[in-house]
Design a binder for this molecule. Sequence first.
Ligand code: HXC
Length: 519
Amino acid sequence: MLLLYIYVGQILTLTINMKTRKLGMSDENLAENRDKKAKKIQHPKGKLSAYERIDLLLDEGSFTEIDENVVSDENPDGEAVITGSGTIHGRPVYVFSEDFSIMGGSLGEIVAKKILRVMDLALDARAPIIGIKDSGGARIQEGISSLYGYAQIFKKNVEASGKIPQISVIVGPSAGGAVYSPALTDFIFQVQGIGQLYVTGPGVVKTVTGEDVSYEELGGVEAHGTKSGVSHQICENEEQAFEEVRYLLSFLPQSSNQKPPVFITEDDNERSVEMLDSLIPENRNHPYDMNDVINNIVDDGEQYPVQSNYALNIITSFSRVSGNTIGIIANQPLDFAGVLDIKASEKAARFVRFCDAFNIPLLTLVDVPGFLPGVEQEHSGIIRSGAKLLYAYAESTVPRVCVVVRKAYGGAYIVMDSMGLGADKLFAWPSAEIAVMGAEGAVDIVNRRDLESAENKEELKSKLVDEYNDKFSNPDIAAKLGLVDKIIKPSDTRKIVVEAFKELSNKTNLGDKHGNIPL
Ligand code: HXC
């Protein structure tokens, strides 16, 4: 509830801020004139100006522009990006906002210099950097020096990766070279209708492949939010995008040197959640919504899902327990039975690595029937993708708590933060089925000969499946082997998860660990 109030407060602040924007102290008139011209170009396209965007993003009146006098002969009144610093929820951040009204926001030598400088400042100050993207890519007139500028920015993105949170907001075209800097950042927010990412535009696509495609079809929110997974958040409009960036940052630390901020909650740490005792359907193959588990055990039922339109069979989201940020990775039985495929494995792996880099403890909720079988998955590299998730968990040093809710079969059991991979605390509900594989498949293999010679195959198979389930489809064997710490009542899950993270709270290893390579 507390956060909700803060959140509503932010929206009000933003509205006021729009009307009372204060620009950098020097050259106020220059900036005002520039903004007036920009609005004339941007508003008819349904887009805001670069300054308006900064206002929506930052705390009211907190923006200090830097390098406003750094101009080129071509653009003596200001170059195609505005850079500076400000605060979000009172904490320092750095920002650059590409200005499409000047040569289509294209990147030449001076623009690259300005962006590199603000990135350096962010790295030195160990504060997040947010890039607002609206650009036609490399400035054609400047040729190779604009390509060199991009290369330097990409290198800087990689240098900053895993050290400070890097966020991109796509509010216009991001064409050509302009796509790779966002792709190297941790989170991409993309605005419907105006935000598009593509390496080559529809014209070149038509020439090379003969395909007819619009800008929106090629690189809009549908393409990148649901199909390619390049974007993490789809937003209806710019206002929502900047509100969401602010909200995301409320879960994150300033850098790898810090822990995330703590939010005081009135939610009872000992709260029992009775509905969880009857959540799992009697039929083991029937689905339920994993969000019912998450929302009932985290503080105030609050979670912020990441990539919520992509690979729906796995949930990755930020939440809090006892006021502290956690990253949640959970199979979603409602989609594809929660199976792990290539997309889900990579989505989860990158999320785990981000959390590990930024000292965010992991809560894994398991209900996974296995890796998705099939020629298409094998030939597209499910082995490599599954290995990415294994790698991500195995190298993580943040506190890790795992709860097996229902199915945990085979390799998919191992990969979802099993004890062998390094989970610190592993709990299982009585409904947990921890086994090498599901009963049907196991009986087909182990009892093949008996089944072949049986008079009534169906009857025998059903009997053997029941026997297998009684013997193996439970958490008892894993508990006896010490691979489950405790079999817990589902209604006690919040209390037990809170205690486990409290116990592990000093485990976190502050400092640079690794980058967050796009997986
Ligand atoms: C110089 C550019 C430019 C560019 C746009 N402009 N892109 N100037 N270099 N890359 C200029 C236009 O000439 C125009 O100037 C103004 O910006 C606005 O552009 P419009 O085309 O009028 O706007 P709009 O109709 O909204 O179309 C936007 C657009 C289109 C879709 C982005 O401009 C476009 O397709 N641009 C080129 C995109 C592209 O292919 N970039 C790849 C560059 S190569 P005036 O003076 O008329 O207002 C690259 C390789 C790097 O980036 C690879 C690194 C890995």
